[in-house]
Write a protein that binds this ligand. Structure first.
Ligand code: GDP
Ligand code: MG
Length: 304
């Protein structure tokens, strides 16, 4: 095999504070939604891998939950998943939201990264949401961040609009190591379909609920039946911590859960290109946030 058609493959981890646009970038690169996105912080709970193939190169993009100061057990598991995304990376993308600038939270994450023994992988600075600020502000922010930390390269992008993303992809394709591919050529993500479908429902819930409830619920796949007419019957369980939250999710006359179910079914129908029958059941479990099984079902480790 010549050097030219030898396989290249690299794991690329996205790091940064919650809500800077990491999941949006992964979805933009893969060209389809694999990770849910909302305007709320801490939407992504576990590591989601998106896979992008370009000729002889396979890029494995690891979307992480983002790094923040953990308060509860679930937070700790999420932050720990983000750090393990960092440890396995061949290239690290550190993302800043230019509308927020170089925040204290971002500075702390960088400091931690530098202090970790494994920081010999290249680190790129991604300035995201450039569609929201003036060019002049971008240059001063780039200068400021680069004087404090040395990055291998800086890219200015809009994950949502796609600008700057192809330059970033080019750089990644050139710089990942020669290595056999880790996934089959046609695979786009490593999240099982059932898990993805549960994430879609969680996204619709997060978008409709306010304040504290979103962090106090989880959605798990239950029954999944492919029917003889090619439609799919999907049952999911929504776990909440108390009756009050159950009532809020139901809404008046069951309106909220109905709207969530309709929105989730519509999206699943479009994504899977099949007729979907979606059944949602709410379970009140006071202590779900301390049940190891809930964590393993989310793909997180249970940390004491
Ligand atoms: N204007 C603008 N908004 C963006 C861009 N990228 C992401 N967003 C928004 O920022 C919010 C957080 O995005 P998300 O991908 O969930 O962030 P994450 O928590 O880092 O994964 C969402 O409301 C996105 O629509 C961008 O390039 N421009
Ligand atoms: Mg995210």
């Amino acid at each position: 095999m010549t050097q030219q058609n030898k396989q290249k493959c690299g794991i690329i981890s996205l790091m940064g504070e919650p809500n800077v646009g990491k999941s949006t970038l992964v979805n933009q690169i893969i060209g389809t939604k694999i990770s849910i996105v909302t305007h709320k912080a801490q939407t992504t709970r576990t590591r989601v891998r998106g896979i992008k193939v370009n000729k002889n190169t396979q890029l494995i993009l690891v979307d992480t939950p983002g790094i923040f100061v953990p308060k509860r057990r679930l937070d700790r598991a999420m932050v720990s998943a983000a750090w393990s995304g960092f440890k396995e990376a061949d290239i690290i993308l550190f993302m800043l939201d230019v509308t927020r600038g170089f925040s204290d939270g971002a500075r702390k994450i960088l400091q931690f990264m530098i202090d970790k023994p494994k920081c010999d992988s290249p680190v790129l600075l991604l300035l995201n949401k450039i569609d929201r600020v003036k060019r002049q502000d971008l240059l001063s922010l780039t200068e400021k961040v680069n004087t404090e930390f040395s990055f291998n390269k800086t890219f200015m992008i809009s994950a949502e609009k796609g600008s700057g993303v192809s330059d970033l992809l080019k750089w990644l394709t050139v710089n990942v190591p020669f290595s056999p591919w880790l996934y089959p050529a046609d695979q786009l993500a490593d999240l099982p379909l059932k898990g993805f479908a549960a994430e879609v429902t969680r996204e619709k819930l997060l978008k409709r609920l306010h304040q504290e409830i979103p962090y106090q619920l989880t959605v798990e796949p239950d029954v999944w039946v492919e029917m003889s007419d090619k439609s799919i019957k999907i049952h999911q369980l929504i776990y909440v911590s108390n009756k009050r939250h159950k009532a809020m999710i139901l809404g008046r006359n069951g309106e909220t859960i109905k709207a969530v179910s309709i929105a989730a079914r519509k999206e699943l129908k479009e994504t899977l290109n099949k007729e979907i029958h979606l059944f949602l059941q709410i379970k009140v479990r006071n202590n779900w946030q301390n049940e190891p099984l809930r964590f393993s079902n989310m793909g997180l480790s249970f940390i004491d």
